[in-house]
Structures are given as structure tokens and as C-alpha cells.
Write a new protein. Structure first.
Length: 304
């Protein structure tokens, strides 16, 4: 990716996170007021969830702003792993929010208290649910545009929040007809869904952060390289998972290999075959005395 395109994508990411902070804070204060006024633990928990989202956006914004300053001056590609690390941290935050919901719900279940239903609160909560749905499409649009793992986490969290608020609405409506602590039951169900979803996000983040590649894919790539005339034996392979979640592999041609037009064509053909058969983006490092080059799906670029 060109430096100019990377800078533009990173600026877009910062703007999207700033919008996320504003929206989540507005939702937090709205739901907090309704939750306290109606004495509903599920609404109050939903409000805390939005506060956690706002804090997550704030931490992401600050962290990425610092990272971009460093990467611009010293490490041009440090933002890829920084975003994956941040995705892991955000998933941990979501997990703790789920545990918090469970604790609050169990406490309310053991010590039930009356809930005061008002129709105006119901309609406002419905609007907040639609707002979260809108944020899901907003994050999805820009996650595709920027290939940001952070926005993918925000996207998943937003659609989950939408269903959480819908569930809260159902719980809130039922409280005027049922004397049982239905509010606590729905809150407990919400917490389970949040924890399961957070566990999946943590797994995906760790996989990307540690560049964990499935054994079957690694075997398939090794078998493909061992059949190539470019290598006398299967070379060492360096794996990396980029910001878009794609698996990348880099191998080094033997130093005795002379990179000519024929070598470049063989590299391009092997990279295309690898992408088609395994889904892995294959790149090569060409070494000739003090001159090094790198080739992927295009011809090698030689630099001194």
C-alpha cells in the first residue's frame, strides 16, 4: 500500500472513532437516565455497555494517534500490529462488560425490586436500538474501506448491542404484566451472549496478533513450494496476518539464484497458484550479493 493511501485510511479511521465516541456517549446518558428513572437493571446495564464502547473508542483513538505519529517517522507498518493488539484489548473489555451484566442480573434476581414502566421511555429506547443498528452499517462501511480490524470489532459489537437493546425493550415491556424478575433473567441472557461473542473476538484477535496459521494451510504451502524448481529444498516460510485479516507468507530465494526475467515470471506464477489453492498471499525476497528485491504478484523491485 502506498504511503499516501495509508495515511488517508488512518485519518479516516480516527474520524470514525471520534464519531463513535460521540454517539456512544449520547446513548449512554440517554439510557442511564431511563434506567435510573425506571429502576431497570437491564437498561442500566445496557447504558454501561454504551459507556464501555465510548471508552473503547477513546482509548483506540488515543492509541492509534500516538502509533501513527511513531509509524510516520520510524516504522511505516507498525499500525497493522497495533490495531490487532487494540482489537484484542477491546475484546477483553467486552468480556468484562458481559461479566458485569451477569453479576448485576444475578443480584437483581436474588433481590428483586419494582420497575416503573413508561411508554415514552419505551419509544426512546426503540430509537437508541435503531441508532445502534445505524452505527453497525456505519462501521461496516468504513471497515471495508479501511480494512481496519478495530472497526471490525466495533461493527460486531454494534450489531450485538442492537439485539441487546431489543431484548431490553422486550424485558421492559413485560415488566408491567409479569411480577417475576423478568428484567434480571433477560439481563443474564444478555450477559451470556456478550461473553460468548467476546470469546470469539478474543480468539480472532489472538490469531491475527500471533500470526497463527492453520496447520492444513501451512502443509499445503510447504508442499507447493517443495514442487517448485526455484528451491532445492522446502524453504523457511515467514507468516504474517495483515490488517485486512489476510494470510501473507514470505520466502527467500537461495543467494546463488540469479533474479532474471525468467525468475520473476516463475515467482509470479507460483504466487498466483498459491493464492488460488491456499488463499495465502505469497511474496519472495530475491538476494544477489548486496542487491535485494521483493516480488509478489508483480515483478521484483531491486534496491541497493
Amino acid at each position: 500500500m502506498r504511503a499516501g493511501e495509508r495515511v488517508k485510511k488512518n485519518r479516516t479511521l480516527l474520524i470514525v472513532l471520534a464519531v463513535g465516541i460521540t454517539c456512544n456517549l449520547a446513548l449512554f446518558f440517554t439510557k442511564l437516565y431511563i434506567g435510573l428513572s425506571s429502576n431497570s437493571v437491564s437498561i442500566w446495564s445496557d447504558a454501561v455497555n454504551n459507556l464501555a464502547d465510548a471508552l473503547s473508542c477513546g482509548v483506540s483513538l488515543s492509541f492509534l494517534a500516538i502509533t501513527l505519529r511513531v509509524s510516520r517517522d520510524k516504522l511505516p507498518f507498525v499500525t497493522d500490529k497495533a490495531q490487532q493488539l487494540l482489537s484484542f484489548v477491546l475484546a477483553i473489555v467486552v468480556l468484562f462488560v458481559g461479566f458485569s451484566f451477569a453479576y448485576s442480573s444475578l443480584e437483581r434476581f436474588m433481590y428483586p425490586t419494582p420497575i416503573w414502566f413508561q411508554m415514552k421511555f419505551f419509544y426512546v429506547l426503540l430509537l437508541t436500538a435503531l441508532a445502534k443498528l445505524g452505527m453497525f452499517f456505519f462501521y461496516r462501511h468504513f471497515s471495508k474501506k479501511t480494512t481496519s480490524s478495530v472497526l471490525r470489532v466495533m461493527q460486531q459489537d454494534s450489531i450485538l448491542d442492537f439485539f441487546i437493546t431489543v431484548t431490553t425493550l422486550i424485558s421492559f415491556a413485560l415488566t408491567q404484566h409479569v411480577e417475576f424478575a423478568v428484567d434480571a433473567v433477560f439481563g443474564l441472557l444478555i450477559s451470556i451472549v456478550i461473553c460468548v461473542n467476546a470469546g470469539r473476538m478474543i480468539k480472532d484477535a489472538v490469531t491475527a496478533l500471533l500470526n497463527i496459521v492453520e496447520k492444513s494451510k501451512r502443509k499445503a504451502l510447504s508442499a507447493l513450494l517443495s514442487k517448485s524448481a526455484l528451491f532445492a529444498q522446502t524453504p523457511d516460510i515467514r507468516y504474517d496476518i495483515d490488517e485486512a485479516g489476510d494470510i501473507c507468507a514470505t520466502v527467500t530465494l537461495p543467494q546463488t539464484q540469479t533474479p532474471d526475467a525468467g525468475t520473476h515470471e516463475k515467482c509470479d506464477a507460483l504466487a498466483a497458484q498459491c493464492l488460488e489453492q491456499t488463499g495465502i498471499k505469497l511474496s519472495f525476497i530475491l538476494c544477489v550479493s548486496s542487491v535485494k528485491g521483493r516480488s509478489g504478484s508483480a515483478a521484483a523491485e531491486e534496491t541497493s
